[in-house]
Each structure stands twice: as C-alpha cells, then as structure tokens.
Design a binder for this molecule. Sequence first.
Ligand code: ATP
Ligand code: MG
Length: 387
Amino acid sequence: MAALLPGAATLGVLGGGQLGRMFVHAAQALGYRCIVLDPDAISPAGAVAEVHIKTDYLDSFGLAQLARDCDAITTEFENVPALALQTLAGMRVVAPAAAAVAVCQDRAVEKAHFEAAGVPCAPHAVITNDIELAAVDPALLPGILKTSRMGYDGKGQVRVSTPAELAAAWADLKRVPCVLEQLLPLQRELSVLVARGADGQIVHWPVQQNLHRGGILAVTEVPAPDVPAEVDELAVNAARQVAAALDYVGVLCVEFFWLTDGRLVVNEMAPRPHNSGHWTMDGCEHSQFELQVRALAGLPLPEPRQHSAAVMLNLLGDLWFTEQGGPTPPAWDRVLGLPGTHLHLYGKTEARHGRKMGHLNVTAATPEAAHAVALRAAALLGLPTDF
Ligand code: ATP
Ligand code: MG
C-alpha cells in the first residue's frame, strides 16, 4: 500500500472515547482530517473530529458513510463489533484487522493465542458449562473468575476461594463463558507498547510499571524502577512476539504480571493505544497516538525514544467530589504550578465516580525527580500517595 500522505487524507475512528480523542489530536497535528463514528451525540472524540457520524456501530448507512469519506479506519476500543471492522475492511484499509481485534475480545481465545505464541500466561481454566465447572482443578483456587468477553477496568471479575464460591460466582455472572485464573502473587505489574507496520517492522516503547487501584489503572511510571535487565528483555520480546504472531498492524499493548518468584507472565493485551501509554505524550519523542496514526497511514515508524522520566496519574471523576459535595473541578491551578506537569482532560461534561476524566503526566530529568513531583501532585489532588 502507498502511504496516505499527511495533509491529503482522511482517517476514520470507530468509537468516540478519550483514546479516539487523543488519536484525532495526533492525526490532526499531522494534517489529516478525521471522522469519528459513535452513537453518542456528545463524545470526547466526536467533539474534536471534523465530522461525527452519530449512528450505531453496525448501522449500514453509518458504516457506508465512514468508508466513503475515509481513506483508512481504526478502532479505539476492542469491544467494537468485529462485524463492523469486517464490513469496513471490504472497502478500506482497516487497522488493526478484525481478526486481531476478535482475539483480544475473548479472554479464552486471547490466552490460547499467548500460548501458541510461546508466551506464558496465568494458569487458568475455561468455564462454559457445568462439566467444565466441575472439572476445575482446585489448584487454581484461590482465583479470579473473569467473564471471557466485555470485561474492562476490573468489571466482570469475582475473586473466589472455594469450589462453592466459584459455582456461586459463575451463577451470579449469569453463567456466561468465563475464565478462572489462579490468583498470582504479584511483585509488580508491567506493560509494553509496540507499534507494528503493515510491512512487519516493529518498534517498542520502554517497559512501563503500572499500579492499579480497585481494578483500574491509577499510576504508570517509566522507567519501571529496579526491573532486572532480563525481565525487561523478556517483556519486550514477548510483546513483539505477540504482535508478530497476530500479524498485527498498529499500536498494541501487552500487560504483564511480574511475580514474587521472579517469573513474568502475560495478563492480557489491548489492540489499541493504552492508558498505561499516556505518558508517551510528554515523555517521548513520539507518542503512542502518533505511531497509531503513522501505522494506519503506512508512514515510517521511528523507534520512540524516551527523552524524560515520566509518571502518569489517572484522574477519575472521584476527584471532582469532596466532603462538601460536588462536582467541582480540582485545583488545577495549584497542580500546574508544579514543574513538569502536563494536564490532559478528555472533555467529558459530567464527572462520575470511577469515570476516567483525564490524566496528569509529570516529566523530569530523572526518575526520582518525576516521582517526587508526582507525589506532590497526588497530595494536592487528594489522591493516595502509596506509590
Ligand atoms: P483492563 O482491561 O482495564 O486492563 P480488565 O478488567 O481486563 O482490565 P485485568 O487486567 O484482567 O482486568 O485485571 C485487572 C487487575 O486485577 C490487574 O491489573 C491485576 O491488578 C488484578 N488481577 C487480575 N488477574 C489477576 C491474577 N490472576 N492474579 C492477581 N491479580 C490479578
Ligand atoms: Mg487489564
């Protein structure tokens, strides 16, 4: 495919959330026009794109308009109906491909892909019927029962300790297909972002360290402190291998558990830019969104050099509520008085508990300095300072 040259092409995005918004910003910086398809009349990406098609993801008129007016199309969330991507792929360049996204939509299929790619994941069992439920190896307990499909931010997950709890939890989850994963002793959580071009070239960003609170990403730190070189190398190679085995085109994030015994296992992957990669917007020569644009347009993919140590704090809607009530915006003026702070808000009109409203990147010349400022920012915002 010939590259879609900046300033002379239109890029489409399925989904109007914050990832779509930051993709659109990066695409527009390069001179592309953008069209977002999202059924919501008001959406973070729809508000910044040149055109917002407000139809359902499977609406044939909406998809036809997107295909007619765009040169290439991507998705910003993995739960987009695979059929929408397939339909578009018949007409336009689509990346990532429907087949790769479909693998990421189903935990059981995703785990099978990791194993086929030779990358170890958590010991687990697939539960789709009573026979499989009864056959679960008790060694997997205590474990986490996760719905195979539609889970995000820890939703659709139940911790279980006994076979009776497992059976009850599966009944609570309406007996939808699930994966039971052994609860692993985590030392840290890490992730690696790669970008792969249609020609097979792969570049990667440095290993990221992630702290979750209540199943939602809270803090990402890069470089990941004190990660041994061999763990670093294992993570990068595993992410590259997973992307290559999928014949993936675009930015892919692979999440890992680094266990207390030193082993590294893969948790899951996301077929798109990822929350743990938001620091790249300010800490790297090329952000994950810029390389998603470049991969989609068939442009060269540079090795994304990190120029600053970075800490990212996720900003959830909870910050808008205080003991006095709310919603009221946090004291951004004070936070932005700290050195190396970069605020990114997603333009969401309503703050709600647990809703991702934005993120704050803190950059500095050294990891220690970035960490120290991030702690001060967290304290100003009333966030935990447990990192
Ligand atoms: P997202 O897609 O938003 O990253 P998710 O809902 O798909 O999240 P997971 O990544 O599967 O959820 O799990 C969320 C968090 O729960 C993990 O980041 C980790 O902190 C914890 N967790 C999940 N599985 C395990 C496990 N097998 N052992 C220990 N902790 C786990
Ligand atoms: Mg996850």
